[in-house]
Design a protein around this ligand. Sequence first.
Ligand code: MG
Ligand code: ZN
Length: 183
Amino acid sequence: MRLVILDRDGVINKDSEDFITSPEEWKPIPGSVAAIARLYRAGYKVVVATNQSGIGRGLLDMDTLGRIHARMLDSVRKRGGDIDGIFFCPHKPEDACVCRKPEPGLLNEIADRFKMNLNGVYVVGDSERDIVAARRAMALPALVRTGNGRKTLKESGELDGVPVFDDLQAFVSTLLSSELKTH
Ligand SMILES: [Mg+2]
Ligand SMILES: [Zn+2]
């Protein structure tokens, strides 16, 4: 089975320092929804793994997060794609949970759910914690320059050997052209 795991904020949709707390604030990065649809048509399962500490901070509730994700799914499905799962961490950093990236808990959950290990599976993110989580889960990290990506490129000490792409669309083009190593 071919699987790609995506961070949400800064990869699929524009990030916000004030958190995304309503469906109206969910704005896709140009090309990202079409890129997910391309993956889907190419036979990939697409799963989202996202830190949503806004829940733990009381900035939005589960119902609202569900509506935000319904909007995301709707836009992907309108493009002829789909998302096979959305895994989120609702905790605050100080909760010291095992699922908030850079912890690998969300990714391990995905591996369990799909009954596979993550060797050869790309985790696409815009922040250092995505890269670290991917490594801890034995997956392959990839960085995009959207969202927090440019800042990560400048500041992260974890980028050794991590492929970097302008955006999700560029990642998908390269993955589907088989120019990206998966082992
Ligand atoms: Mg992000
Ligand atoms: Zn958590």
